[in-house]
Design a protein around this ligand. Structure first.
Ligand SMILES: [Zn+2]
Length: 146
């Protein structure tokens, strides 16, 4: 599936796949396209985890989750809203079924588990499903940075 997003800068219509991760750029003028929905969250794998975490100058909140986990799925919307409200934080997801190596490296014993990384270091961790207000409270020190 794909959606058509019109570029506000040059007016060209762009086809953006629904499973696109990150901010899509206009094919013609390369400016970022506005997303209709909440921002798509970055998907981390063994291949891109280290580089994503280390190279990111911003705080990075990683959601360790799995598709079969109902609380994880229930939290997904709140997490997307949190990401939209705090552009200074990069929010990403690790599918623990697809990435058992990462799950064991970070000793994920229950899901969902959210870990905040700053410059590649774990600074805070919370387990269990949370709503928007709980997310705000748990990650408030980093949410204030713009
Ligand atoms: Zn454009």
């Amino acid at each position: 599936m794909a959606e058509i997003i019109r570029c506000p800068a040059c007016g060209v219509s762009n086809r953006v796949r629904d499973d696109y991760r990150g901010v899509p750029l206009c094919g013609k003028c390369k400016k970022p396209l506005p997303l209709k929905d909440a921002p798509r969250l970055r998907i981390l794998t063994t291949d891109n985890f280290e580089s994503s975490i280390r190279l990111n100058p911003r705080p990075m909140l990683v959601d360790f989750w799995a598709a079969w986990c109902l609380p994880c799925r229930q939290m997904a919307k709140a997490l997307e809203k949190f990401a939209a409200a705090h552009p200074g934080i990069t929010v990403a997801k690790v599918d623990t079924d697809a990435e058992p190596g990462l799950a064991s490296q970070f000793q994920i014993f229950s899901i969902p588990t959210l870990i905040m990384f700053v410059k590649g270091r774990e600074v805070h961790r919370v387990s269990g499903a949370m709503g928007e207000k709980e997310l705000e409270a748990a990650f408030q020190p980093w949410a204030q940075e713009k």
